[in-house]
Ligand binder design. Structure first.
Ligand SMILES: [Zn+2]
Length: 58
């Protein structure tokens, strides 16, 4: 099962998306992207659980 996430799913005007084999790997990619392009998003527990809720299995 591949896990997938995209910024568009989070309502962001951003074409970024990523896939990974594990949730941890995907969250690492998300963290990298948020730090690079969405500095306004604080990676606190609440936002991380929101991000996790957007992860889809493809
Ligand atoms: Zn983005």
């Amino acid at each position: 099962m591949t896990k997938s996430i995209s910024c568009a799913d989070a309502g962001k005007d951003c074409g970024w998306s990523a896939t990974a084999n594990t949730e941890d790997e995907l969250l690492a990619k998300v963290t990298e992207h948020v730090k690079a392009d969405h500095k306004e998003i604080e990676l606190n527990d609440k936002n991380i659980s929101n991000i996790k809720s957007l992860i889809k299995e493809i």
